[in-house]
Design a protein around this ligand. Structure first.
Ligand code: SAM
Length: 456
């Protein structure tokens, strides 16, 4: 029987990957994706708990969905309403109490059990809760990748290689919602990479909460680090670009750094969250690196790959952050230079150590600091984009643009580039001449000749 599935995904790329895998799990049950909850037989909210008000947003969305569900029931139809991801994990029973009309609540490590959970919902006509961290990895039970990819479409795909976190940064909920660090065996990752290539993928982004603490079993019976894994992924015929995120600075080992100098397919762009430029704040955050250690990692990377560029995450207003601490963050930003970044006001997350500290920074101070930081980061991003004008850059064309005849792709540095080109260029790497730089994107032009359609 054909059924429609609507998934709304919040948060990080790992959630995007998980949502795609949920579609894979549900496909054999007859579910195919649709674009609106009104059309759906099953709705899944795949939630994120990283910052404030996440749970409240989910409850208000659930209220809206409950009305749709009731309308359907009024018409003699059914709709399974499910909440997945980190809010589901953190709220668990509380969610069934506050929103008893929800049929399924399951955490990020339990979605391989969806068929069984759906069967239990249909049989029991009650809610099902599954927020265990199973000892056996869900990956052992997932079917092979089938569905098209969300987010970056077509030629580019995400592949989760590592899950969970053992770092316990004082601000972060991830160790509590995603569980302990787990690395998938290399053989499984290589099989999945080949499968993605068969589906038309040319660029793979290896994902993990701390992807560079990857230590999976290698094919020769010894553990591999991320550097070694990337070398093997690069050998898969058809893979032209490799990325990885998100990394933890203290886990940037020599093998991984040298991989940047030696593997052509490894893109010269790295997302390496530093959070703060103050050693005092980094220590209070329970980060296992200082500001100078971060600077040294960047220097080592630049030594092996001179065209490497960085992006980062920053938190301003962590408890106890003084003006001097914030100035140290600004100093680091100006010294290192980032071509893109995510910056946030510290938001106390219930159950994390920093939430109960009594030296919380006042909201107005946080707002002011964030404004100053973002002004500098935006300036750096625009300057980098402008430095690309007048160059021919390799662009993997991966989706149609909003305007007819336009295609969008990404440079090695993840900048979106808009060009005019025929649709059959989708999925190829071309080298447009960059003519325009904006805050968040570039525009270029392509001489459509066989020479310029250089599939690198
Ligand atoms: N692996 C990365 C690292 O180096 O720690 C962490 C990725 S974390 C899942 C995503 C980002 O969300 C963090 O880098 C941090 O900047 C931000 N974040 C996490 N918890 C936060 C909080 N309580 N308040 C504000 N931002 C937070």
């Amino acid at each position: 029987m054909f059924k429609k599935l609507y998934i709304k995904t919040y948060g990080c790329q790992m959630n995007v990957y998980d949502s795609d895998r949920m579609k894979d799990v549900l496909k054999p049950l007859g579910y195919s994706p649709c674009d609106s909850p009104e059309d759906a037989d099953m709705v899944i909210l795949n939630t994120c708990h990283i910052r404030e008000k996440a749970a409240e947003k989910v409850y208000s969305e659930l209220g809206r969905l409950n009305k749709i569900k009731n309308n359907k029931i009024g018409q003699g139809l059914e709709m399974i309403l499910a909440v997945a991801g980190c809010v589901a994990q953190a709220e668990s029973e509380e969610m069934l109490r506050r929103a008893p009309f929800v049929d399924l609540v399951f955490g990020p490590q339990a979605y391989h059990n969806l068929p069984e959970m759906i069967a239990r919902v249909s049989r029991a006509k009650g809610s099902v809760l599954n927020t265990d961290f199973p000892t056996q990895a869900k990956f052992d039970y997932l079917p092979e990748v089938m569905v098209g990819k969300e987010g970056i479409e077509g030629a580019s795909a995400f592949l989760t290689i590592q899950e969970g976190c053992d770092k316990f940064c004082a601000f972060c909920v991830v160790p509590y919602t995603r569980g302990a660090e787990f690395s998938r065996p290399a053989a499984d990752i290589l099989v999945e990479t080949k499968r993605l290539v068969d589906l038309g993928v040319k660029e793979v982004t290896l994902l993990g909460q701390n992807v560079n603490s990857y230590h999976g079993m290698g094919t020769g019976g010894i553990e591999w680090g991320l550097g070694r894994l990337i070398r093997e992924v690069a050998e898969v015929d058809g893979i032209e670009r490799i990325r990885y995120m998100t990394s933890y600075p203290a886990d940037m080992d020599e093998e991984l750094i040298s991989a940047h100098g030696e593997i052509e397919a490894l893109m010269p762009f790295l997302h390496l969250p530093v959070q703060s430029g103050s050693d005092k704040v980094l220590k209070a955050m329970n980060r296992r690196h200082g500001a100078d250690q971060y600077r040294q990692i960047v220097e080592r990377l630049e030594k092996v790959r001179s065209d490497i560029a960085l992006s980062s995450d920053f938190i301003v207003g962590f408890p106890g952050e003084s003006d001097t601490d914030f100035e140290n963050t600004m100093k680091l930003v100006k010294e290192v230079g980032f071509i893109q970044a995510y910056s946030f006001k510290y938001s106390p997350r219930p159950g994390t150590p920093a939430a109960s500290l009594d030296n919380q920074v006042h909201e107005t101070v946080k707002t002011e600091r964030l404004k100053i930081l973002q002004h500098e980061l935006n300036k750096q991003q625009l300057a980098f984009n402008e430095s690309c004008v007048g160059r021919n850059m390799p662009v993997l064309l991966d989706r149609p643009g909003r305007i007819k005849g336009q295609i969008v792709g990404r440079t090695p540095y993840m900048q979106p580039v808009h060009i005019s080109a025929p649709e059959h260029f989708l999925g190829t790497i071309v080298h447009p001449y960059i003519e325009v730089a904006k805050a968040n994107s570039l525009a270029g032009s392509l001489q459509i000749t066989e020479q310029s359609k250089n599939v690198a």
